[in-house]
Design a protein. Structure first.
Length: 169
């Protein structure tokens, strides 16, 4: 179970805070429920928040930055969870590969059982002289071939009521 840590007890310049927050660090919990990280610029010490479950002194923990604050968790538990996660990922990848293989085998079996003779590709494509890709020809139709005028309904309403008269709905 992860615990929330306080901000560092001593003020840190922004560049040092970025260095601490950039990666995960290994630390040991002290008898005062504090976590000390030794870095190149000095020691950073943080306390486990008072409303968090205390840890036994001497417990190795990972310390990392997430979502605006520092967290820590027992190294042993986090390593175990990561190992289980990687194992589950490997199992999912193996299952997906097996599924893809079985789908390919099924598609090959179905393709081998087809008794329909398909026409030659050249005979199936009519040549209208416009292009080499006749079925994919996308020449636009003229706009006047629409099955009715677009403003047909509006024209009927205009002729039904003479100008100057108001219609009530």
């Amino acid at each position: 179970m992860n615990r929330v840590l306080s901000w560092p007890l001593l003020p840190l310049p922004a560049q040092h805070l970025e260095q601490v927050a950039r990666s995960r660090h290994v630390a040991v919990v002290s008898d005062k429920q504090a976590v000390r990280i030794t870095l190149s610029f000095g020691i950073v010490e943080m306390l486990i928040a008072p409303n968090q479950q205390p840890m036994l002194p001497g417990t190795e923990v990972y310390v990392w930055f997430k979502g605006g604050g520092f967290l820590c968790g027992p190294k042993r538990e986090i390593d175990l969870a990561e190992r289980e996660s990687r194992h589950a990922l490997r199992r999912v990848k193996a299952a997906r590969a097996a599924l893809a293989t079985s789908r390919a085998e099924r598609a090959a079996r179905l393709a081998a059982d087809i008794d329909i003779l398909l026409p030659e590709l050249d005979a199936a494509i009519p040549d209208n002289g416009d292009s080499d890709l006749a079925p994919f020809d996308s020449s636009p139709l003229p706009l006047d071939t629409a099955p009715g005028q677009l403003d047909e309904l509006r024209d009927v309403e205009r002729t039904a009521a003479p100008l100057g008269e108001s219609r009530r709905h």
